[in-house]
Write a protein that binds this ligand. Structure first.
Ligand code: AMP
Length: 170
């Protein structure tokens, strides 16, 4: 199965000059979607993960089924103001301005070994913020994994402190 044929390029979305990697063709193919989840499942089945972290919003789409498949807790990282209990927040740089992400401060046990999952590794700013959140609540990133990596944006360079994996690279 050639995964790249299930990812559609949308030029100039959300703004001019960005080529958006649209995963909706993959999501509407149960065959391709389960291929992705099974690829991750075989990579992580024996790693004894304590949690899988998905980041809002597209990270949720992959992290939740993988967590269920591996019988590992799913922990959401969300945009500010969405999580109801006490949170820890990280703010990170965007091309224009900043953005923030939050995690419940009691979401992970001290020393927990976690997988950070998202659909796209672009500049790495988002994943870097999630790694900092995980470390601030006392847990450890076993690996950060992505369905696809936009290699030319060098996101890996921002994630030097953790192992980085991607299923496909553009
Ligand atoms: P970054 O922080 O630059 O690594 O951006 C990662 C986040 O933005 C991920 O959550 C992606 O879902 C989204 N993203 C960035 N660039 C793209 C793109 N070209 N196509 C689709 N999603 C993207």
């Amino acid at each position: 199965l050639d995964l790249k044929t299930y990812i559609r390029d949308i030029p100039d979305f959300p703004k001019k000059g960005i080529v958006f990697k649209d995963i909706t063709p993959l999501l509407k193919s149960p065959e391709a979607f389960s291929f992705v989840i099974e690829t991750w499942a075989s990579r992580y089945a024996s790693r004894k993960l304590d949690a899988i972290i998905g980041m809002e919003s597209r990270g949720f789409i992959f992290a939740a089924p993988l967590a269920l498949r591996l019988k590992v807790p799913f922990v959401p990282v969300r945009k500010p103001g969405k999580l109801p209990a006490k949170t820890v927040r990280e703010t990170y740089q965007l091309e224009y301005g900043t953005d923030s992400l939050e995690i419940h401060e009691d979401a992970l046990a001290k020393g927990a070994k976690v997988l950070v999952l998202d659909d796209v590794l672009a500049t790495g700013g988002t994943a870097e913020a999630v790694v900092r959140l995980v470390e601030r609540v006392g847990a450890k990133v076993e690996e950060a994994s992505f369905l696809m990596e936009l290699g030319f944006l060098k996101g890996r360079d921002k994630l030097k402190s953790v192992p980085v994996h991607s299923i496909i690279t553009f």
